[in-house]
Design a protein around this ligand. Sequence first.
Ligand SMILES: Cc1cc2nc3c(=O)[nH]c(=O)nc-3n(C[C@H](O)[C@H](O)[C@H](O)COP(=O)(O)OP(=O)(O)OC[C@H]3O[C@@H](n4cnc5c(N)ncnc54)[C@H](O)[C@@H]3O)c2cc1C
Length: 484
Amino acid sequence: MMKKIAIIGAGVSGLLACKHTLEKGFNPIVFEARSGVGGIWSQTLESTKLQSPKSFYQFSDLAWPPSVTDTFPDHNQVMDYLQAYATHFNLLSRIKFDTKVISIDHLITPSDHHENVLSSNLWGGSGRPFSPSGKWNVIVQDAQNPSSTEVYRVDFVILCIGRYSDLPNMPEFPINKGPEVFDGKVLHSMDYAAMDDDVAAEFIKEKRVTVIGFQKSALDVAAEVSARNGTRHPCTLLFKTTHWTVPDHFVPLTFRSLNRSTEFMYHKPGEGVFLWLLATFLSPMLWIFSKVVEFYLKWTYPLKKYNMIPSHSFLQQISSYGEMTPLATDIVIFATGYRSDEKLNNIFKSTYFQKHITEPAPFYRECIHPRIPQLAILGYSESPAVLYTTEMRSKWLAHFLAGKFVLPSIIEMEHDVLQWEKCMRLYAGDGYKRHCVSASLQIHCNDQLCKDMGQNPKRKNSFLAELFAPYGPSDYKNLSQGCT
Ligand SMILES: Cc1cc2nc3c(=O)[nH]c(=O)nc-3n(C[C@H](O)[C@H](O)[C@H](O)COP(=O)(O)OP(=O)(O)OC[C@H]3O[C@@H](n4cnc5c(N)ncnc54)[C@H](O)[C@@H]3O)c2cc1C
């Protein structure tokens, strides 16, 4: 009998999961809380553009239309592209819009399950995707009519709920020191982005706006507010951690330098003696690269004048400082990120699974939790081009679901995750985030996925290209051929 697969979310990750499971002959059902596809791209600031060059943020089987000429398309162009993908591969009919999943529940009772999973050495008892005794109940709610709920019983769940949406991270303040004693308005960047453009323009018009944070969203909000309000009402950016921010023209260059020869400079998990020697011998090149970039950024921007030179290296991307002067302002916009772990945690009904998500949760191949069977998570990895890395994992997952390979034992998966963590900490230091596909080892990660799928990881047609040409989505276009 055809196995039932539920996909939760219809952003980039959900669309990819849907396309690749369909391609393998499954009949997935996608639940999407919003009324359209695109996830975060359906609700952004007016000025939001892609940060990754479009040739890396591209589906391997659908190129950007020729009308999109910018290296960094704007959010409307990204939305059009995602909609074109959904239409081209006939995905829309698979999606139940306005349908929010309120929880997922494994059908075996938590206590039995706890014993089963821990006593077995293999994921879900067999290392295979499906198990007659392991199913999920997916409990959904009509987003327009919350009192109406339904339950779907499925054999496998793919969580694509997004890391940068829905559950904002707002700092907590002591009583009488937070928004309740502030005369102005306080909101999260998510709520500002959700405003219609003219409403947002009116909201900040001639106001003193303070933006908190230094990541992409904070810089985008500050830039937009400054552009709208001009110098008469300057926007203030408050942050405790500075980062090296590279200019747009520098980004494609960085992406193009991600080839096999540069990956030789990095130590890799489980590397042999030859690769260890090579990485050790070449590692000074990384230090030189880091210093050259830092020098260039300090030379290009007045970082010193504004006390914005990060105290850590470009490779580590970490630094901090602060002061205690009261600031007069009308609006405070917190661009302080999202509580993505809590969001993931909340979707599980069982406390057994919740516990495994809140502990530093390991994801094997960045999408399988070794202790949560019949379930995969896509789009939760840090990556310089999320679409590219998620597409690779969607292909890998579809191969797994189609029975092309089995997972190693739980212990081996956990060991692999630990090895990766150790390796990443070596370069990122305290800045390491556990859901992290290393930007610098993309090709190595893809090699592992290809080998699992029984595909040749060397995708170039000459030795020199293999060593020095960058790898991107188009190199993996034909991964599924001959493998359905
Ligand atoms: C402003 C901004 C700019 C970005 N720019 C880049 C970039 O340049 N390059 C890059 O690589 N990445 C970028 N990102 C990261 C971006 O998040 C990913 O590229 C990608 O779009 C994530 O897709 P996703 O499907 O994983 O998540 P999302 O886009 O967040 O989609 C998740 C979907 O799941 C749905 N959902 C969530 N919970 C439920 C539920 N319980 N039931 C039903 N549906 C649910 C949501 O409604 C949503 O539609 C950016 C992010 C932001 C916020």
